[in-house]
Ligand binder design. Structure first.
Ligand code: ADP
Ligand code: MG
Length: 731
């Protein structure tokens, strides 16, 4: 039998780096080449058009057809000059990733001398009705009735991929419900802008707008594509369902920040050239903790744009990986026993006057503002910790969270010693001390003296899912394959709702005759007390923390289908409806999609696991068993019985072990199939997801255990699936 595994391993070892020569200019010369950004707009749009469009983008004015026509004309010219022949509305369905359907620019024409002309009108730019009936909608959109349509989001610039002009859009049902991530994201950004700008008025009346910033850190694995092709589990599920740990993996900690293998280095460079052409400000690249694991991070930017760029780079990464003979794994946990991948979401708010609201300031006024925002975020996260967890929870991410490498499946906030000390001081100060008449006294309280070193805060706690890191919060529980919007919608919304509440309470106190400062201090003091249980600076991986968190009343649920329930509690529905981000109907529908997706993922994995065991593992183990049997048989031919028994004792033991493991596997697979059948009969999406979690999923570990034991005893020559040591060490 030819063993594809050995061929693939040999080929992988022979592969050389694919050196792509850099563009001849410096980065700044080709940066943003394929993006219809401000600079390009200035060249291709009239001054008047650009002015109105800027108002649409910056002030949220509505886009009329005439303006759309002008913009479309300029955009078409720009795109055609860069080789575009097609256009697409590029949107973010609930399946994750992005979706697009390409249409050519051509239309018939009566004009003499040609049959077709290129056409791209404002109508086509502004709105489209893709046949979207096969995107998940959680029952909002019946396949036979209401259509969904996409509508241009002018706040994210159009760009060209290959020959196609891509127009970032929202995706909504005919009846106006969001079927995507972008719609509620934009609403949540708007909500937090309004609520935060109002609060800023206490400190600086010139603030008109608050911008949400996001800087993501994308972790990923690369695997040689030949090896990948021989692992059906990687191909079909994005992760290895079986495979014994390599004798060496990450225990020496020699991969993190180590030198990047040349093949990978070439890939990263190529990826950066591409990313820069799309105006994605890629800044950092390095090895991550696990072998074959890497990270990519841009300079942070406005959240909506930053999310689009993350989605775009994820698809570019996939393409470029193939050019270099790799496959990209964005799965949160592709390999057992080594770290999984996350996508830290560095989140902050800043004013249009250039002040970071989570940055310790220089003046007492700025610092009171800083503390105000920190404390409100803290309380928002505390009150909604279950919801925030739901925003990042998926079948894939569940494998990563709670393992000894990633944040636990409990949300807590790390503030670091300095900010903690300030809050403690504030909490314990008497009202007289807290009420500050002049800035000098406020200094006494320590608020004005939050040291600037905070900005280079090295007081880092890697085990915290939500950590303050000097000028931002770093939400680390987000999964590597996720659309960041899911987490950002929730974070923005809970903070917006909290800030509205804060403003209301403070205003009421002022109306009662309190000074502004006293009103703010009093409310903050209350908030600091109330939000205490969410603060945790210790080791989030420890078992003591799990106990402690439960005592504090934090959400400790670990079952994904139940975690998702947090989206539809009365309090959550009220919160989202009040700030106009998602309606009850949308929330219910979106949960249906989440449960359905969860079930499908586990269902596919269960099938693949069954196939692997029945078609790969058992046949190979049987083959090896018969080699051993043959050996034992021959022993008995040559030696007398007693000696033969003695000499073949080891083989006989192995033969029996193989038999036992094979029969365990057979019955486990049968049980797995029956459990699936029962689950599949359930009509209700939630009930089915729960059944998959409770009754199907537990077989995975048991099956894997048996398979991985067999991997250790079966002759390496016979094993057909690349092993961890082969998959995980790119040379
Ligand atoms: P680390 O791995 O130490 O967390 P990185 O440098 O890899 O840090 O990534 C930090 C990310 O945070 C980058 O994307 C960076 O641009 C972003 N960032 C820095 N300051 C802010 C801020 N004020 N708001 C949002 N993101 C920020
Ligand atoms: Mg980080």
């Amino acid at each position: 039998m030819s063993n594809l595994r050995f061929k693939a391993v040999e080929d992988a070892f022979k592969k050389k780096a694919v050196i792509v020569s850099p563009p001849e200019q410096s980065t700044s010369k080709y940066y943003g080449k394929y993006v219809f950004n401000k600079e390009q707009m200035t060249k291709y749009l009239s001054k008047e058009t650009l002015e109105i469009l800027t108002d649409v983008i910056e002030k949220g004015k509505t886009l009329d057809r005439e303006l759309a026509n002008h913009v479309a004309a300029g955009m078409k010219m720009w795109a055609m000059e860069r080789g575009a022949t097609h256009y697409t509305h590029w949107f973010q369905p609930l399946t994750g990733g992005t979706a697009e359907k390409h249409d050519s620019f051509i239309e018939y024409t009566d004009a003499p001398g040609s049959l077709v002309r290129e056409e791209f009108s404002g109508k086509l730019l502004a709105q489209q009705e893709p046949d979207a009936s096969s995107f998940p909608s959680g029952g909002i959109r019946n396949t036979f009735e209401a259509r969904g349509y996409t509508a241009w989001d002018p706040s994210s610039p159009a760009f060209i991929v290959d020959d196609t002009l891509c127009i970032p859009t929202v995706f909504i049902s005919y009846t106006g419900e969001a079927l995507d991530y972008k719609t509620p994201l934009l609403k949540s950004l708007n909500a937090v802008d309004k609520a935060a700008a109002e609060v800023c008025q206490y400190f600086d009346a010139s603030v008109k707008k608050v911008i949400t910033y996001l800087g993501w850190e994308q972790e990923y694995f690369l695997v040689d594509d030949g090896l990948y092709a021989t692992r059906p589990d990687l191909v079909l599920t994005g992760r290895t369902l079986i495979g014994h740990e390599s004798a060496k993996n990450q225990q020496l900690e020699d991969h993190y920040f180590g030198s990047i293998p040349t093949r990978v280095q070439a890939y990263m460079k190529d990826l950066e050239f591409e990313g820069y052409k799309y105006g994605i400000p890629l800044k950092t690249r390095h090895n991550e903790v696990a072998p074959n694991q890497f990270e990519l991070a841009p300079i942070y930017g406005e959240a909506n744009l930053s999310i689009d760029q993350n989605l775009l780079i994820m698809s570019i990464m996939k393409k470029i990986a193939r050019r270099h003979g790799f496959r990209l794994l964005l799965h949160e946990k592709p390999f057992a026993g080594v770290n999984g991948s996350g996508k830290h979401n560095n989140w902050s708010l800043g004013t249009d006057t250039g002040v970071g609201l989570l940055t310790p300031g220089k003046t007492p006024e700025e610092n009171l503002q800083f503390i105000t925002f920190i404390v409100n975020v803290l309380l928002a996260v505390y009150k909604n910790n279950a919801l925030l967890k739901a925003s990042i929870m998926t079948a894939q991410n569940a494998h990563r969270l709670g393992a000894n490498e990633a944040p636990p499946a409990i949300i807590s906030v790390f503030l670091g010693t300095q900010v903690s000390a300030v809050l403690d001081k504030l909490e314990n100060s008497t009202s007289e001390e807290a009420v500050v008449i002049d800035s000098k006294q406020r200094m006494k309280l320590g608020i004005a003296k939050i040291p600037e070193v905070l900005l280079d805060n090295t007081d880092r706690n890697r085990t915290s899912p939500f950590a303050f890191t000097g000028n931002r919060f770093e939400f680390r529980a987000v999964g590597s394959s996720a659309n960041c919007a899911s987490a950002m919608i929730v974070l923005n919304s809970i903070v917006a709702a909290q800030l509205i509440e804060f403003k209301k309470t403070v205003d009421a106190k002022i109306a009662d005759g309190f000074t502004k400062d006293k009103a703010i201090f009093d409310v903050l003091k209350e908030y600091i007390k109330e939000s205490k249980p969410i603060r945790f600076d210790g080791n989030g991986y420890s078992d003591e923390w799990k106990e402690e968190a439960a005592k504090r009343g934090l959400d400790c649920e670990t079952s994904v289908p139940l975690i998702i329930d947090a989206y539809t509690t009365p309090a959550t529905i009220q919160l989202f409806e009040k700030i106009g981000v998602l309606s009850e109907r949308e929330l219910l529908a979106r949960n249906e999609v989440k449960w359905e997706t969860y079930t499908k993922k586990i269902q596919i994995e269960a099938r693949v696991l069954g196939d692997l065991v029945l078609n790969h593992i058992i046949p190979v183990a049987t083959k090896y068993q018969s080699v051993l049997l043959d050996n034992v048989y021959k022993m008995h031919q040559i030696y007398d019985k007693e000696k033969a028994l003695k000499l073949s004792a080891h083989d006989t033991g192995t033969i029996e072990e193989i038999s036992e493991r094979i029969s365990s596997l057979k019955s486990l697979i049968e049980d797995l199939v029956s459990a699936r059948k029962i689950a599949n009969k359930m009509e209700d999406e939630r009930a089915r997801a729960i059944e998959y979690h409770d009754k199907v999923l537990p077989y995975f570990d048991e099956i894997r255990y048996q398979v991985d034991k067999l991997e250790l005893i079966v002759d390496d020559e016979l094993w057909t699936l690349p092993k961890y040591r082969e998959l995980l060490f790119i040379r």
